[in-house]
Structures are given as structure tokens and as C-alpha cells.
Design a protein around this ligand. Structure first.
Ligand SMILES: Nc1nc2c(c(=O)[nH]1)N[C@H]1C(S)=C(S)[C@@H](COP(=O)(O)O)O[C@H]1N2
Ligand SMILES: [Mo]
Length: 529
């Protein structure tokens, strides 16, 4: 093999195989990025963005000065050329020692993974294209090199037997592909790569188009998005009362964010109603618009966890729409379905009892972010998200609970999911070291739609102390609290508990999230020095 592989002809073929393999890797990555609808996860784009972040500002400015708006295309092209060149190198190296080919692509893949993961709020899915690219490139290279080697061996054997390209029967290379075969296979890989890359690009363009549509999506302006006076105590490290859209927790089953075009979006409200509705975005906007603060909470939130967020939602009350549709007697549930087929079961009563259950299309004054359900989602105060907060909602069926099972119900979670009264200590952080003396303890408590009437804290198993509460502009949002602790030296256990608007204290019974929400008192240890 050594002799064969050192021929210049072989080297050219090996380098070519490396280039084709690199291209296949990039193409599959493009397709994967398209499928997860995340343009920033395209390895070359991620690396380019990371590169811009790490180079000195002077170099960055030089690039912008000399290249103007062409700076990004030039950078991306440069990276592609580099990857292709490294592909050729991988081919040569792999032709010499197979694992070296894998090594080159492995390192390239790792660079892509690190770059993609370093992007702000990159999800774990963002690294998938880079991983796929490395695996594809390595696999294609190994396959191509084997074919190239066998062809070379066959040519060698042919020469040895004096019969050009026609080895004798029983030769090791009897089934080796000829040169034309090699070219054909290479061509097929290139064609497949072009198709994959093209499909990926189309998907990404669609996502881009919907992102553009979102940017110009008209959300009726709330009178103000400002935090109501007194709701935020402005204590350092205490969770802000209003959660900004870009840090709002995200929970869903969607591997790729559903990309829903607002121009073609329709919502059917049907089932046990006299007048089914078929609504467009414009139809929704022509209804009475409301703006309501509501804290969403995930049933998977552990005691002390952060799967909760508070936003100003803009939309139409579901009660208004259900009245319009004229719900028939006997219905007790609403089954809602998202564009990606996720289903959710909500008690009809929670949508019609006067609370602010709504179809929301605005979040803190902006259109819903794609990840949070653009263009329209449900928001129901007082119920965990899995039974109420359908994102990308496209279908609402008025029905009865005994007639269907929603996505999480079939997986063992309760059909009913009222939010349990909960409280959390944010400051000091669990395990923190604080100086002895006056220590500010603070956190949030929630009991959506019942409200929080009292919060109590205790240190070291002592008596419960009443915390000072921030204002409560609505019972549907969480409430900040604070307590001033004269902290003696030592390690102390802090605990918190909240009382809801009916005066009921949250349960001390420890329960895990499944099947209907975690409970127990949030407990942390801090060292006072
Ligand atoms: N389409 C769809 N909507 C969904 C989900 C989902 O998986 N798919 N998850 C729900 C759950 S479990 C929660 S807690 C909330 C979270 O909403 P957020 O991601 O905007 O915070 O969305 C709900 N709506
Ligand atoms: Mo959830």
C-alpha cells in the first residue's frame, strides 16, 4: 500500500476525496441547520461569528473599513476555502494514515461545536450541524479513500500483469472500481451534497422570511411596558419582576422551532360550539385587545428552580372568542394543538371564569419571539404551561376531558395542572458566603390567580419571620419579597414559605415535579463569616 499511496496520482485522488468529503460535511450541516431552523448553527457562520468576537477591535474595524458590507461574505468565503483546503489535507493525511483524516475533520468539527456553543443563548441543538459535518466528512473520506486505494491497487495489479486496468480473476482488486467509477461516485456525492445544501438553504431562507415578517408584525402597543410602580424592589441579584424576552425560560418538545408564517396562519375554534371560528391574524387584531401581566410556570420546575417568568402579554381574551363561538352545554375542556402537533388540554372553566386567559401575540410589547410561539400562543394565569400555554397554536377544539388525552397526559402527567403556591430564595445564593451582620434575604413567590398574601422566612430552624412584600399589581404575577436578617457567624439553613390570596400556606410536603408539580419549602444553606 505504501508504494501505491505515494504515487502523485494517488495523492491527487486522495486530496480530491478530502475536498469532496469536506463539501459533503458542510452540505449536511447546512441541511441540519435548516431543519433546526437555526442559521447561526451553520458551522461556517458560527465560526465566522466567533472569529469576529475574538479578533481585536482594530482588526475588525480594518475589515469593515476595507470591505464595507462585503466583510461578512468575504469572511464566510474565506472560511469555506480554508475548510476545503483542510479537506484536501485531510485526504492526503488520511491516505497516508487513515485515522489522520478523521483527526483533521474531528478537529474542524470541534471548532464548529465550540463556535456554535459560544453564540449567545445557543441551544444544545446548535452544535448538531457541526457534529454531523465532522461525522459525514470523516465517513465519506474513509469510504472514498478505500475506493481510491482499491482503484490504485487494481491499476498496479493491472500493470504487473501487463493487462491495463484488467486484473486477473481472484485478484484482491477484482471488484475495485475503475477511474470512471470513482469519478461517478464522487459526482454522486457532490450532487447529493448540492441537494442537501440547497434544501438546507431553502429552509433557512424560510426561517429568515418569517423572522422578517415577525420584525414587521404589528403588535398593538400596550400603553406602557414599564414595570408597575412598587412591583420591583430593585434588590441586587433578586430576579427582576419583569422577565426580558431573551432570558425568558423556554420549554417545549420542538427540536426545531416551528416556523409559522403569520400571513398564512389560521386558528380554528371548533368542536362543541354553535359557530365555529376560522381566524387570521388580522381577525384577531380586529377584536378587543388586552394587555395583561402573567407569570408562566413550568410543571417541571424543581423547588427553587427558575422555570418561571413574568411578562406583559398582549392579545385577545379566550373568553371573548369562546362567547363568539357559542360553546354548547356539556363541554368541560379545550384541546389546543400547535403547528408542530403538540397537544394540550385545558379546563374550559379556566378560560371562561373571568381570568385573563388569552391568545397572545405580543410579549413585553414585542411580537412573540419565534421560540415563544410566534405568531400566536395561549396564556392562562394559574395553570402550568403544559396544560395551558400552547405556543404556535393553530387549533382549539371545545370538547370534554373524557374524549382525549393531551401530549403530556399520555406520558403520565396529570390532566389537570393548577400551579402550586411556591416561593424561592434568590438572595443570598445557595451556598454563598456572607459577612456577619445585616443580610438582605430576598426572593419571589407565586400563586397565580390566587395571589400571594404573605411570605415567611426562617433561619436555622427558628421561628418563622414575616417578610416584607413588594407591591402586587396583579394576582396573576409573582410577587417579590425581602427580609432583613441579623446573621450570626456560622452555617445556617434558610427556608421560605408563601401564603396565597386565600390565606392558604404552601404545602411543606416534598414532591417531585411529576405528575403535577413539585412542592416543599425552598431551603438553602449559607455560611456567615
Ligand atoms: N407547541 C408547544 N407549546 C408548548 C409546549 C410545547 O412543548 N409545545 N410546552 C409547554 C410548556 S411545558 C411550557 S412550561 C410552556 C413554556 O413556555 P415558554 O417556552 O414560552 O416559556 O410552553 C408550553 N407550550
Ligand atoms: Mo412546562
Amino acid at each position: 500500500m505504501g508504494m501505491t499511496n505515494s504515487r502523485p496520482g494517488f495523492r491527487a485522488w486522495a486530496a480530491g476525496a478530502g475536498v469532496v468529503a469536506a463539501g459533503a460535511g458542510l452540505a449536511l450541516a447546512q441541511l441540519a441547520a435548516g431543519l433546526i431552523a437555526e442559521p447561526r448553527s451553520v458551522p461556517v457562520v458560527a465560526v465566522g461569528a466567533a472569529f469576529i468576537d475574538v479578533i481585536p477591535a482594530s482588526v475588525r474595524e480594518f475589515g469593515i473599513r476595507t470591505l464595507g458590507t462585503a466583510d461578512k461574505p468575504v469572511l464566510v468565503t474565506g472560511i469555506v476555502v480554508l475548510v476545503v483546503a483542510l479537506g484536501a489535507l485531510a485526504g492526503l493525511a488520511g491516505g497516508w494514515r487513515r485515522p489522520l483524516g478523521w483527526l483533521v475533520f474531528g478537529v474542524l468539527g470541534l471548532v464548529g461545536v465550540l463556535a456554535a456553543a459560544s453564540r449567545p443563548d445557543a441551544g444544545t441543538a446548535a452544535v448538531v450541524p457541526s457534529v454531523l459535518a465532522a461525522l459525514t466528512a470523516g465517513g465519506v473520506l474513509a469510504w472514498a479513500l478505500r475506493a481510491v486505494e482499491r482503484t490504485a491497487e487494481r491499476a498496479e495489479a493491472g500493470r504487473a500483469e501487463g493487462v491495463r486496468g484488467e486484473p486477473g480473476a481472484g485478484s484482491v482488486a477484482a471488484h475495485a472500481p475503475g477511474r470512471r467509477d470513482l469519478l461517478l461516485r464522487g459526482g454522486l456525492v457532490v450532487a447529493g451534497s448540492l441537494v442537501a445544501a440547497g434544501a438546507g438553504s431553502l429552509l433557512l431562507r424560510r426561517r429568515g422570511a418569517v423572522a422578517d415578517a415577525r420584525a414587521s408584525f404589528p403588535v398593538p402597543r400596550p400603553p406602557t411596558t414599564a414595570v408597575p410602580a412598587g412591583a420591583d424592589l430593585h434588590i441586587r441579584d433578586l430576579t427582576p419582576w419583569r422577565t426580558a424576552n431573551d432570558v425568558f425560560y423556554r420549554i417545549d418538545t420542538a427540536l426545531s422551532v416551528p416556523v409559522v408564517d403569520p400571513a398564512t396562519w389560521r386558528l380554528r375554534i371548533h368542536g362543541m360550539v354553535d359557530r365555529p371560528l376560522d381566524l387570521t391574524v388580522a381577525d384577531l387584531r380586529s377584536r378587543r385587545i388586552v394587555h395583561r401581566w402573567v407569570t408562566l410556570t413550568c410543571v417541571s420546575n424543581e423547588v427553587g428552580g427558575d422555570l418561571a417568568g413574568n411578562a406583559l402579554w398582549t392579545g385577545v381574551l379566550l373568553d371573548d372568542l369562546l362567547k363568539e363561538a357559542r360553546v354548547r352545554p356539556g363541554a368541560d375542556a379545550v384541546k389546543s394543538t400547535s403547528a408542530d402537533g403538540w397537544t394540550c388540554g385545558t379546563p374550559l372553566s379556566a378560560l371562561t371564569d373571568g381570568r385573563s386567559a388569552m391568545l397572545a401575540f405580543g410579549m413585553n410589547g414585542a411580537p412573540l419571539p419565534l421560540e415563544h410561539g410566534f405568531p400566536v400562543r395561549m396564556v392562562v394565569p394559574g395553570l402550568y404551561g403544559y396544560v395551558s400555554a400552547t405556543k404556535w397554536v393553530v387549533d382549539i377544539e371545545v370538547t370534554t376531558f373524557d374524549r382525549f388525552q393531551a401530549y403530556w397526559t399520555t406520558r403520565g402527567w396529570s390532566a389537570q395542572g393548577p400551579i402550586k403556591t411556591a416561593s424561592r430564595i434568590d438572595v443570598p445564593a445557595s451556598g454563598a458566603n456572607v459577612p456577619a451582620g445585616t443580610v438582605t434575604v430576598a426572593g419571589v413567590a407565586w400563586a397565580q390567580h390566587r395571589g400571594v398574601s404573605r411570605v415567611e422566612v426562617r433561619a436555622g430552624g427558628g421561628a418563622w419571620q414575616v417578610a416584607r412584600l413588594a407591591g402586587q399589581p396583579t394576582k396573576d404575577s409573582w410577587r417579590q419579597w425581602t427580609w432583613t436578617w441579623q446573621a450570626p457567624k456560622g452555617t445556617h439553613r434558610l427556608q421560605v414559605r408563601a401564603f396565597d390570596g386565600t390565606g392558604q400556606v404552601q404545602t411543606a410536603a416534598v414532591a417531585p415535579p411529576a405528575p403535577n408539580g413539585a412542592s416543599g419549602y425552598h431551603t438553602i444553606d449559607v455560611t456567615v463569616g
